[in-house]
Design a protein around this ligand. Structure first.
Ligand SMILES: NC(=O)c1ccc[n+]([C@@H]2O[C@H](COP(=O)([O-])OP(=O)(O)OC[C@H]3O[C@@H](n4cnc5c(N)ncnc54)[C@H](O)[C@@H]3O)[C@@H](O)[C@H]2O)c1
Length: 330
C-alpha cells in the first residue's frame, strides 16, 4: 500500500490514477488549501474517490499527530510518494511562512513517518524541483551540478528537502529518491502556471504578461511523462553504493524533464496556434525569484530508470487546450 501526499494536487491526482490502474492500493492525503481554485482539487478528488483501492484523508502534513494516526490506521503502508508542498516561486515572496510549514515541517513529518515504519518502508519517493538549480548558468542542468544558489525561498525549501532526505537515508537507512520536476503541464493542471493562465487570458481576450521581454526558456514536461518517471522511480529503490547514490546513503536525486529548452515566445506561439487566436502580449521585466532558463539533463534518469520523455509541446499543448475548452465549456 502506498501513501501519497498532495493527492488532490495536479501531479498527485495523475499519479494515483496510474497507481490504481496498476492494481496498487493508495491512501491519499491533502489539506485542500486554497492557494488556487479549490474546485479543481475537488474535481480531481471526486474522480479519485470513484476508484477502487483509494482512501482519502483531508489532513495537513505539518500536523504530526494526525499523520501518525493515518499511518497507524493503515499498517500495510510500505511506500510513500510525497508530493504535497506549497508550490510557486512568486507566491513565496508574499507568503514565506507557508513554505516553512508545508515544505520544511511537513517534509520532516513525512520523513519521520518513514523512519517510524523502519524496515517496512521500502521506498520514500518525493518531489523536488528544477528550481534548485537557481542561478546556475551551465545548461543542461545535471544532477552532478552544485546546487547552492537558490534564487527563491521556494527553491531553498526544495533543496532543504533533498538534504533532509539525505540525512534520514544515511541515519535510518530509508531508501529515498528525490525527483526534480521541470515545469509540468497537462489536463486539470495548475491555474497559477503560465501555460494555464496564458490559455485562459487568450481565450478571454485579455493580455498576457511576458516576463524578461520573452528572453526566458523553460523545459516543459508533459504530465504523463512525469508520472511514468515517478512510477519507474518507485520501482527502483536504491541501496547504498548503487549508481548515483549520494555518499553512503541509499538516496539519489533525478531530473524529470523533457530535455528540451523552449523559448518563451515559441511556447506562446504554440498556445496561440492550438487556440487559433493571437495573444495580446505585455512585455515586462524579469520577476524577482525567477530564473532565465531551465533545461534538464536526463542522462542519469535514463541510465537508472530507463526514463524517456515522449511528448513535445507541439503534441502536449494542443491536448491541454482541448482539455481546457471542454472543462470550461469554451
Ligand atoms: N507542477 C510543476 O511544474 C512542478 C515543478 C517542480 C516541482 N513540483 C513539485 O511537485 C509537487 C506536486 O506539485 P503540483 O504541481 O501537483 O502542485 P499542486 O499544488 O497541484 O499539488 C500539491 C498539493 O499538496 C497539497 N498541500 C500543500 N500543502 C499541504 C500540506 N501542508 N498538507 C497537506 N497537503 C498539502 C495542496 O492542497 C495540493 O493539492 C510539489 O511538491 C511541487 O513543489 C511541481
Amino acid at each position: 500500500m502506498i501513501l501519497v501526499t498532495g493527492a488532490a494536487g495536479f501531479v498527485g491526482y495523475h499519479t494515483i490514477r496510474a497507481l490504481i490502474a496498476q492494481g496498487e492500493t493508495v491512501v491519499g492525503v491533502d489539506n485542500l488549501n486554497d492557494y488556487y481554485d479549490v474546485s479543481l482539487k475537488q474535481t480531481r478528488l471526486e474522480d479519485l474517490k470513484k476508484l477502487n483501492g483509494f482512501t482519502f484523508y483531508k489532513a495537513d502534513i505539518a500536523e504530526r499527530n494526525t499523520i501518525e494516526k493515518i499511518f497507524s490506521a493503515h499498517p500495510e503502508i510500505d511506500r510513500i510518494i510525497h508530493l504535497a508542498a506549497q508550490a510557486g516561486v512568486r507566491y513565496s515572496l508574499e507568503n514565506p511562512y507557508v513554505y516553512g510549514e508545508s515544505n520544511l515541517t511537513g517534509h520532516l513529518v513525512m520523513l519521520e513517518a518513514a523512519r517510524a515504519l523502519g524496515s517496512r518502508c521500502k521506498h520514500f519517493v518525493y518531489a523536488s524541483s528544477s528550481s534548485v538549480y537557481g542561478g546556475n548558468t551551465k545548461t543542461p542542468f545535471s544532477v552532478k551540478d552544485e546546487v547552492n544558489s537558490p534564487v527563491s525561498l521556494y527553491a531553498a525549501t526544495k533543496r532543504a528537502g533533498e538534504l533532509m532526505a539525505q540525512s534520514y537515508a544515511h541515519l535510518y537507512h530509508i531508501p529515498a529518491t528525490g525527483l526534480r520536476f521541470f515545469t509540468v503541464y497537462g489536463p486539470i493542471g495548475r491555474p497559477d502556471m503560465a501555460y494555464f493562465s496564458f490559455t485562459k487570458n487568450i481565450v478571454e481576450g485579455r493580455p498576457i504578461k511576458i516576463f524578461n521581454h520573452g528572453k526566458m526558456r523553460r523545459d516543459f514536461t508533459w504530465i504523463d511523462d512525469i508520472v511514468a518517471g515517478i512510477l519507474a522511480a518507485l520501482e527502483t529503490p536504491p541501496k547504498p553504493g548503487d549508481l548515483h547514490c549520494i555518499h553512503d546513503a541509499p538516496h539519489r536525486v533525478f531530473n524529470l524533464g523533457n530535455n528540451q529548452s523552449e523559448s518563451l515566445l515559441d511556447f506562446v506561439e504554440t498556445v496561440e496556434k492550438a487556440l487559433g487566436k493571437s495573444a495580446q502580449k505585455e512585455m515586462c521585466e524579469m520577476m524577482p525569484g525567477d530564473v532565465v532558463e531551465t533545461y534538464a539533463d536526463i542522462d542519469a534518469t535514463y541510465e537508472v530508470l530507463g526514463y524517456r520523455p515522449r511528448t513535445p509541446i507541439s503534441v502536449g499543448i494542443p491536448k491541454f487546450v482541448e482539455w481546457y475548452k471542454s472543462y470550461y465549456g469554451v
